[in-house]
Design a binder for this molecule. Sequence first.
Ligand code: PLP
Length: 427
Amino acid sequence: MTRNHDLFRRAQELLPGGVNSPVRAFKSVGGEPFFTARADGACLWDVEGNRYIDYVGSWGPMIVGHNHPQVREAVERAVRDGLSFGTPCPAEVTMAETITRLVPSVEMVRMVNSGTEATMSAIRLARGATGRSKVVKFEGCYHGHGDSFLVKAGSGALTLGVPTSPGVPKANADLTLTLPYNDLAAAEALFAAEGEAIACVIVEPIAGNMNCILPRDGYLQGLRELCTRHGALLIFDEVMTGFRVAPGGAQQLYGVAPDLTTFGKIIGGGMPVGAYGGRRELMRLIAPAGPIYQAGTLSGNPVAMAAGLAMLELIQQPGFHAELERKTRLLADGLLTVAAEAGVPFSVNRVCGMFGLFFTDARVESYAQATACDTAAFNRFFHGMLKRGVYLAPSAFEAGFMSAAHGEQDIADTLEAARAAFREAKA
Ligand code: PLP
């Protein structure tokens, strides 16, 4: 029995599905997950000593690579002064100054402990600020596991939402309206019918939870105008894209300012951190400045702030994002060539250090297209890559991430593995 298998067997007895977050269990690709013993640079090593070039990066945070000395040393320094104070600490102020400088639409910020907390809090603020109840989200976007987000569209375009998980009250789902992403006409029709009741639209400006789907030209601007016209707030969920696609996130890249933004992943440098922020008059409604309640025992934790600040310093180095983009292009172009050689229908979407692999000939711009791809081929490809030491996200609907630590040799090794894995994917 292998050590990975033994650990997974024990884990399944004690943790639901053997994991603490569902996608880690490999249910979508089949097989069993490996257990990581350590990580460094672009790579993970499992408990049996196998090495993997990692394009998951802890689902996004590890943009400078694993175990970066500057981040690790910042954490080590912070730890010496204590793990948690329960009082304000200086690093929280530096963090707020850094975020508001990098993302100008964010004039004030509140630190929390995960992306889920950030999005749940942001929609409470939107409801409190507007006095309205309904939340608009998009099919295929993910905003964490809050009740308001575990909802899909009902059968008709304007019908009430339906819970996607037992335990989400129907009454809650009734308040979430779900639209197709990248379809401005659908959003216009919904606002025409329900505009007065809509507190906010929450959107991943680049959709990274249905693989990687970029906004069509003018789409985000269109959502901005609709929200402004109808008095609803626009929330960009930049938990994944924040600091990754540009120092100021997708809103910098596309030149659209939301009212509120949610962050996670990179902002904590690998520690459990999230944040939400936006216009000053909105953020001043949050307790104790205002009446909308939101709190956290460990929020603004000094060790987590130290990790996040070190990470944010690294991503501001000149040329950081251009280099991520260059390497992602190298990988994407290489994969397209190798897939074509193997005769496999394949396309790639990418933006800076974020990419999506699709087993189809088409350029993918919608959730319907993403779900129509050949997931069985992806699953074979995933396992073909894994056994050759390349770890892609274990689902056809997750974005991939490049880090600053990936070198050209890592990319060349990845393409070499892909040459064989595409042949197997075709089988
Ligand atoms: N929002 C987006 C866009 C995400 O990708 C995620 C997680 O993947 C979340 C929110 C939830 O963040 P967390 O898993 O930290 O709760």
